[in-house]
Ligand binder design. Structure first.
Ligand code: ADP
Length: 193
């Protein structure tokens, strides 16, 4: 069974955690643009150097850089039978680029999962993660900025996918296992195993 899925939700909604579980369940790679950028920052690659200031400020990395990165990744062999994108698309231009990629490859998404989480809860979660993991963009002011960027640039994509009849909303608050079960249940309703 192939599955081509998107996971959308505010910073701190738990996308990365759920993406890892869905990846195992469906046997598809979970692709997190945030993780790829952070790895490039650590490795001090050209991409990392270009993305650094945006990430540290909590701004989106420019679309062109991000779209090229995702296109290269999706063209790798392990994505042939499906993939889960976490944190992409994040802007209307990224939706356009992904649509183009899928059309060129004669394929389509199966579902878009929105992980719904209250901003106050995610700020608390991210404060805790700042202490545990020391991510440079988990500083409280940067977190608030990331939430504002999400509201402005990414939240509108939810309506785009809802209008296409692809969106399924899942409550992201609760135990990790519970949230995974909710997502799998929501996808079963959409005919994914
Ligand atoms: P979160 O969603 O919790 O903010 P991510 O790991 O998804 O964390 O993203 C961290 C940072 O990486 C973002 O603030 C942004 O700078 C950059 N980034 C990740 N994905 C994208 C994307 N699709 N487009 C532009 N920038 C991105």
């Amino acid at each position: 069974m192939t599955a081509r899925l998107l996971l959308i939700g505010p910073p701190g909604a738990g996308k990365g955690t759920q993406a890892a579980r869905l990846s195992t369940h469906f046997g598809i790679p979970a692709i997190s643009t945030g993780d790829i950028f952070r790895q490039n920052l650590r490795d001090e690659t050209e991409l990392g150097t270009k993305a650094k200031a945006y990430i540290e400020a909590g701004d989106n990395v420019p679309d062109e850089l991000t779209n090229d990165l995702v296109r290269d990744r999706l063209e790798q062999a392990d994505c042939a039978d499906g993939f889960l994108l976490d944190g992409y698309p994040r802007t209307t231009d990224q939706v356009r680029a992904l649509d183009e990629f899928l059309a060129e490859h004669g394929t389509a998404l199966d579902a878009v999962v929105e992980l719904v989480a209250d901003p106050d809860v995610v700020v608390e979660r991210l404060k805790k993660r700042a202490v545990d993991q020391g991510r440079v963009d988990d500083d409280e002011n940067v977190v608030r900025h990331r939430l504002a960027v999400y509201a402005e640039q990414t939240a509108p994509l939810i309506d785009v996918y809802a209008e296409r009849g692809m969106l399924t909303k899942v409550d992201g608050i609760g135990e990790i296992d519970e949230v995974t079960a909710r997502i799998l249940e929501a996808l079963t309703v959409r005919d994914l195993p």
